[in-house]
Design a protein around this ligand. Structure first.
Ligand code: ZN
Length: 429
């Protein structure tokens, strides 16, 4: 994918922690940002033949978005899977109550539908978890692995099959066999939720040994509860350094209900071990804290403690239109907006969580908006980061390795005002 060459005229560059640039011209070639020059100074006649010129006066350029945590196997099943209690247990029970054809009959169509939405939003890399276990076996894993190739022009798809439950004991033998088979298929890593096993510590031990031996990344659903006694995170932080593979933990909601000293200690341990955390506001705000009317629980992890300790925290979308989350627009800018409100992040932090940090969680390099960086870019009709996150503009142009993967343009026509705007108000007579 090195064919397209672009000159983007008059854009402004937005990078977390830096002021917006003045308007610049951006040259993309060979999958990279080839040059950044003041607006109007890039001479098209000096560029390689075939360079396409796009005038985008004032539009905003950021790193492309990334989705570090999806469940494509469950997405868009809200019409057929009912969550009677509205919480995590209800979602799992609803999911388990339907048969395999209901769950997976149209997996490809649903997965591609979500991938298309994410790509249009500006996502160029996406990790999906996928269930294994007695009912689906490895069929959904195989399907998504095949899809990985087909959707590569839009997104780099990572497929992480989850350990089924239980993991431990004689009853866990089929789970362990399936995971061994999954590794033979060339998966991108492994997931699971060992804290839900009857013996969480032993289950974690099996999971860690598996990824260490197989040398594949690990991405665990962890402590997705507000019960403070349910807390496997500290043990994961302790053991991560011995593994020699990238480790990510998701949700870790119960970190938020630990005492301050413990939150800080664990956050520092995660930072030192290089464990990345994915916070998932859509699903956690939906599922968590339903039994607690007062004070109202937010259900997110301790995002600010983690950031203060230097942990790489990414923002993810998790579920899209299923029993775990009825809504979601499959747009990381929605995640960013929620993180401003629900995790009290500032705008730059929220943008970083869905761009640089989300890419880091996927093992992708950051996109620094300078010559030599990968041309994975989101270009939007916004003039500031505040507008980008608050309005999530429809008008977007997305580049993956220098190629346009999505272009969305909207046209709105409003009725005219009662009278043309006056020069001053109240108008002088
Ligand atoms: Zn999840």
């Amino acid at each position: 994918m090195t064919g397209q060459r672009w000159l983007l005229r008059g854009v402004r560059l937005a990078q977390p922690g830096r002021p917006l640039t003045e308007p610049v011209d951006l040259v993309l070639a060979d999958g990279l940002i080839a040059a950044v020059v003041p607006a109007g100074q890039a001479d098209p006649s000096g560029l390689a033949p075939g360079t396409k010129v796009q005038v985008l006066d004032g539009w905003l350029v950021t790193s492309a978005l990334a989705e570090p945590h999806a469940h494509l196997d469950k997405a868009l099943t809200v019409d057929r899977v009912v969550n009677r209690t509205g919480d995590l247990d209800g979602a799992v029970a609803g999911w388990m109550a339907v048969d395999a054809p209901t769950r997976y009959g149209d997996l490809v169509q649903r997965a591609v539908s979500v991938i298309r939405r994410e790509a249009a939003a500006g996502v160029t890399a996406l990790r999906t978890h996928v269930d294994t276990g007695a009912l689906p076996g490895l069929d959904p894993t195989r399907t998504l692995l095949a899809l990985r190739h087909d959707v590569a022009p839009l997104v780099d798809l990572q497929v992480f099959p989850s350990f089924g439950l239980p993991i431990t004991g004689p009853d866990g033998a089929p789970t362990r066999r399936l995971i061994a088979e999954a590794l033979e298929l060339g998966v991108d890593g492994l997931g699971g939720a060992p804290n839900l096993d009857p013996d969480p510590v032993a289950a974690l031990d099996i999971v860690l040994k598996t990824v260490k031996d197989a040398r594949v990344p690990l991405d665990l659903h962890t402590d997705e509860t507000l019960d403070p006694d349910h807390f496997l995170l500290e043990l994961i932080a302790e053991r991560a350094p011995e593994l020699g593979v990238p480790v990510t933990v998701d949700h870790v909601c119960s970190l938020a209900v630990q005492p301050a000293v413990k939150r800080t200690r664990v956050a520092q341990r995660l930072a030192a071990a290089g464990v990345k955390v994915v916070t998932l506001p859509q699903t956690n705000l939906y599922l968590q804290g339903r039994q607690q009317r007062s004070p109202v629980a937010r259900g997110l992890t301790a995002v600010r403690d983690l950031l203060d300790a230097g942990v790489t925290v990414a923002g993810g979308g998790d579920n899209v239109g299923d029993a775990f989350n009825l809504v979601s627009r499959a747009d990381p800018l929605e995640t960013a907006s929620l993180l401003v409100a629900a995790a009290h992040l500032d705008l730059d932090q929220a943008l970083e969580l869905v761009t640089t940090s989300a890419r880091a969680a996927l093992g992708r390099p950051p996109v620094r908006l300078e010559a030599g960086a990968p041309a994975d870019l989101l270009v939007t009709k916004a003039t500031t980061v505040q507008e980008l996150i608050a309005f999530a503009p429809v008008d977007r142009l997305v580049f993956k390795a220098g190629h346009v993967t999505a272009r969305t343009e909207a046209a709105t026509t409003l009725a005219p005002l009662a009278t043309p705007l006056q020069a001053t108000y109240p108008p002088s007579t």
